[in-house]
Ligand binder design. Structure first.
Ligand SMILES: [Zn+2]
Ligand SMILES: [Zn+2]
Length: 564
C-alpha cells in the first residue's frame, strides 16, 4: 500500500506551506493526508481507476500532486517548495515541541536549518531569549533532540510489521522455500526494532537469495552470500536473511530469535548437561541430537517450549525448569475492542463503518469512546452531541447483526482530580473510560492523586502512563498506588495497542497482573485500518506474562454486558 507514503508527502507539503505562511492550504493538505491514511483501499488502485477525486478532501490540485508522485515517485511541487525554504523541516519536526511555527521562528531569528543548528543554539541558551520561548522550552527541545538521536536507530514495530509480513508472504510463495519464519525482536514482539531477521529452510539457497535481494522494496544490497544476505529497504529498515537446511531450522530459529541473555542461559544449561548448543543444533560430543524444531531443542535441555515473547531472561527459564510457565493469552482470544473513536470526534470513520470492520476481524463487540469536554482535542463531544450519539448507536445496533456496539466515552482526567463528563450522562453509557490528556508535568504525587481520585467513576483507565514511544516519556506516577486503587474499584487498566503507545508496557503489565489487577487490551483506533493494532497490544500482554483470565475483553459479550 502506498497510502502512508502519499500521506507523508502531503503532510510535508502542509508543513512547508505553513512555514511559508500560505493561508488555509496547509489545512487542506493535512485533511487530505488524514483521509488517505485512513483508507482501507490502496491509493494506487484508486488512482489507476481514475477515482482520486472521490477520496474526501482530495481536490483537483492535490490529486495532480498525488498522480505525479505515484507515477514517478517524486513531487516537483515539493521540490520547488523545498528549494524556496532551505530548512530540513522533516528532520526538525521530529523533535517534540517543534511545530511549523517554531521552525519558522527559529529560522528567521537564529538561522536554524537542521537539528545540528538547533542543538547548537539551544546549548548556547539562545532559544530561551526569544519572545514566547523560555528556558523550559529550551530544555525540552534539548531533551527532544536526545530522543530523536536515539530513536533514529530504531523503528516502531507496529509501523514496520505490514511491510515485514508482505516480504514474508512473497518469500513463502517460492517453491524453493520449505519453512520460513521471522525471528529476532520482531518475533519477540518488542515495541521497537533495530532490524529484521528472516529464517528460511531451503535446499536451493542461491535461488532464494537471488529473489530476496531483488525484491521491489530493496534500496541497497548490503551483503550477499550462500547462506546469509542482508538488504536495506526503501524506508531504511535492514533485513537479514539466513538460509539453513531443514535439519537445523529449529536451532537456527531459537538462535536468531534470542534474546541474547536468554540464549546465553540456555547454552550454560547445555554445558552443564555435557552438551553443546549452537545455531546448528544440540550436540553430544560430535553427534547431533536435536535441531529440527525449537521444541526439540528446549526439550533436550529439560525445558518445555518457551514462547518467543517470554525469551528476555526475566525468569522464564527458571519457571520452565520448575514447569511453572504461565499459559499466555493467545492472539485469537480477544472478543472485542473497548476503546475506539469515530467521526463524531477525531476519528475518520462512521460508527457503522467501525462496527463492520470490527466484525470482519471477528470481534463480537466494540465500544465507541469518543473524546468529550473542552480540551483542545479536535471535535470533542459535548452533552448534546453525546446524547445524540447514543441514539445513533441504538439505530446502528438495530441495523447490524453479529456485532454489538457499546456506548462509551473517553473522558479527560482533569488536574482537579475529576472527570469532565456530568454524572447524569454517565448513567446513559455502558462504559466510562478516561485518560490524562493535559498537564503531564505535575509531578508524581499530584498525578497519582489525580488519577486515583477518579477511579470510583470509571471502568477503564486509558493509556495509563501517557508515554509516546520515541517522543515523550510517561508522566511520573506511582503505579503501585494506581494498581491498588484499580483493584479496589474494579477498574481495568488499558494496554493501549497503538504502535507508539503500547502503554501499559510489558514490565508493568506483569506487575499489574501479579497484583491481581484486570487489564483490557484496546486499539484506540481512529480509523478502520487501525483495528488490527490489537495484535501489538496482545504482544505486550504476552511479554508481560498475562493469561486470558487477566484480560477482560477476552470475555464473551454476555459476560462483558453483565460486568458493566
Ligand atoms: Zn486518549
Ligand atoms: Zn482514545
Amino acid at each position: 500500500m502506498k497510502n502512508k507514503e502519499v500521506a507523508s508527502l502531503l503532510y510535508e507539503i502542509a508543513d512547508l506551506l505553513e512555514i511559508k505562511e500560505v493561508e488555509w492550504k496547509p489545512r487542506a493538505y493535512r485533511k487530505a493526508a488524514q483521509n488517505i491514511e485512513a483508507l482501507s483501499e490502496d491509493i494506487k488502485e484508486i488512482w489507476k481507476k481514475g477515482e482520486l477525486d472521490k477520496v474526501p478532501g482530495v481536490g483537483e490540485g492535490i490529486a495532480k500532486k498525488i498522480s505525479e508522485f505515484l507515477k514517478t515517485g517524486k513531487s516537483s511541487y515539493l521540490k520547488k517548495l523545498k528549494k524556496n525554504i532551505p530548512i530540513d523541516v522533516e528532520d526538525l519536526m521530529n523533535v517534540p515541541e517543534m511545530g511549523p511555527k517554531t521552525v519558522k521562528l527559529l529560522y528567521k531569528k537564529l538561522k536554524v536549518k537542521n537539528i545540528k543548528d538547533l542543538k547548537r543554539v539551544a546549548k548556547k541558551g539562545k532559544i530561551s531569549k526569544l519572545y514566547g520561548m523560555g528556558e523550559k522550552t529550551e530544555k525540552e527541545i534539548l531533551e527532544g533532540i536526545k530522543t530523536v538521536e536515539v530513536s533514529k536507530k530504531r523503528f516502531l514495530l507496529g509501523f514496520m510489521l505490514p511491510n515485514i509480513r508482505e516480504i514474508e508472504e512473497k518469500l513463502k510463495k517460492l517453491k524453493e522455500v520449505q519453512l520460513i519464519s521471522v525471528a529476532g525482536s520482531v518475533r519477540r514482539k518488542k515495541e521497537t526494532i533495530h532490524d529484521v531477521d528472516i529464517l528460511i529452510a531451503s535446499n536451493n539457497p542461491v535461488k532464494v537469495t537471488e529473489y530476496f535481494i531483488n525484491l521491489g522494496d530493496v534500496k541497497k544490497v548490503l551483503a550477499k552470500g550462500p547462506t546469509k544476505s542482508s538488504v536495506k529497504l526503501k524506508d531504511n529498515l535492514q533485513v537479514d536473511l539466513r538460509i539453513v537446511s531443514k535439519e537445523s531450522y529449529g536451532s537456527a530459529l531459537q538462535y536468531l530469535t534470542g534474546s541474547k541473555p536468554h540464549s546465553i542461559k540456555l547454552r550454560k544449561i547445555a554445558i552443564k548437561k555435557g552438551l553443546k548448543l549452537s545455531e546448528y543444533g544440540i550436540f553430544k560430543k560430535k553427534k547431533k541430537i536435536a535441531g529440527r524444531t525449537e521444541k526439540e531443542v528446549y526439550n533436550k535441555l529439560g525445558l518445555p517450549y518457551i514462547e518467543p515473547e517470554l525469551r528476555e531472561d526475566r525468569g522464564e527459564i527458571e519457571a520452565g525448569l520448575k514447569k511453572k510457565l504461565p499459559k499466555l493469552i493467545g492472539y485469537g482470544d480477544i472478543k472485542g475492542d473497548l476503546h475506539v473513536h469515530s467521526k463524531w470526534s477525531d476519528g475518520n470513520n462512521t460508527i457503522e463503518e467501525m462496527a463492520l470492520a470490527a466484525k470482519k476481524l471477528g470481534h463480537s463487540y466494540l465500544c465507541i469512546c469518543d473524546h468529550f469536554g473542552n480540551l483542545r482535542i479536535a471535535n470533542s463531544l459535548n452533552e448534546r452531541r453525546l446524547l445524540k450519539q447514543i441514539k445513533e448507536i441504538d439505530k446502528v445496533n438495530k441495523k447490524l447483526s453479529g456485532i454489538r456496539i457499546l456506548k462509551g466515552v473517553e473522558a479527560n482526567i482533569l488536574p482537579s482530580g475529576k472527570i469532565d463528563v456530568p454524572g447524569k450522562l454517565l448513567k446513559e453509557l455502558d462504559i466510562i473510560t478516561a485518560g490524562v490528556h493535559s498537564g503531564f508535568k505535575s509531578g508524581e504525587a499530584s498525578m497519582t492523586k489525580r488519577i486515583v481520585s477518579v477511579m470510583d467513576k470509571i471502568n477503564i483507565l486509558n493509556h495509563p502512563t501517557g508515554r509516546l514511544l520515541q517522543k515523550r516519556k510517561g508522566y511520573e506516577l506511582d503505579l503501585s498506588k494506581v494498581f491498588d486503587s484499580a483493584k479496589d474499584h474494579d477498574v481495568a487498566i488499558e494496554i493501549n495497542s497503538f504502535p507508539n503507545r503500547l502503554d501499559l508496557d510489558d514490565v508493568n503489565s506483569r506487575a499489574a497482573v501479579d497484583n491481581g489487577v484486570k487489564l483490557v487490551i484496546n486499539t484506540d483506533s481512529h480509523s478502520i485500518n487501525q483495528l488490527v493494532y490489537m495484535e501489538l497490544g496482545i504482544g505486550v500482554a504476552r511479554r508481560g506474562w498475562c493469561g486470558k483470565k487477566n484480560v477482560i475483553n477476552t470475555l464473551p459479550l454476555n459476560k462483558i454486558l453483565k460486568k458493566f
